[in-house]
Design a binder for this molecule. Sequence first.
Ligand code: TPP
Length: 288
Amino acid sequence: MVRFGDLPTSKALRQWLASLGELRQVVVDPAFGWNEPSNRAETIVRAEARSLAGGLADRLKEGREDWRVAWLEAGRQAAATVEAELERLEEPTEPGAHAALSRLYADGDLVYTASSMPIRDSEAFVPSAATRVRFLCNRGANGIDGLISSGIGAAAASGRPTWIVTGDLGLHHDINGLAALRHASVPVRIVVLNNDGGGIFEFLPQAEQLERDEFEALLGTPLGLDLTRVAAVYDLPHARVERLDRLRDAAGQGTALIEIPVDRRRNVELHRRIAERVGEALGARHGA
Ligand SMILES: Cc1ncc(C[n+]2csc(CCOP(=O)(O)OP(=O)(O)O)c2C)c(N)n1
């Protein structure tokens, strides 16, 4: 494997790469640093990335075409399996919302994604497309703090139509950031995946090991936010999308607070089911 630059953020990808003992990893560091915290690289290459990639691509043309085709086909099959799984569902879901949003993103749009599930789900469920969209996020402790302000700031500074995709706690941590909308002259659609608390924590072992009351008090932290009233404070249109085929209309009105009600616990089941189906589809393909 040849990696250019920093380690990918995706935990699933990092874990998978770390688990492949036989894998030879080459890290290209165009900044001439030592960008290899995983300590797995066989070689660090300090080189200008574009010309190195060009040189490699020229050689690969003569190389293993069957391997490249197999990767692309596996990607297509995984995407088709996810799509088929999501299509069967009537109620809005977090993975389904990202897939539906991806069909509305247009060339030049900014998408500002929150921690914790939106950034992970964007990676997993926004299919690759030719649309030229720029994804932005805040890192570290600021994953949810200041997100609304950052997103509106990006819209104001860039002049690009912007989507801020967040959970309800992400909105709550920076709710008064909504006041900055007056500085944005482009549409800013704030999409809130409202699962009434921190959905990420449902994936932790504590979700099964703690009593529900305790889990909710310590980790779930539901707020019961009424987004109709939140929108009213800032004089924003509010749309509650109970079916994802209504998302396009909700987004059509420009700047708005768009709420998608979703369920935290069913979200975990759905993620696990999709991972299983994709695993089966790819396993069957390779005769596993
Ligand atoms: C200022 C701050 N406090 C706490 C955290 C820890 N934290 C990370 S994700 C998260 C929950 C986010 O919930 P929500 O925005 O509803 O998104 P979901 O998990 O449902 O996707 C919390 C509390 C943080 N990143 N930043």
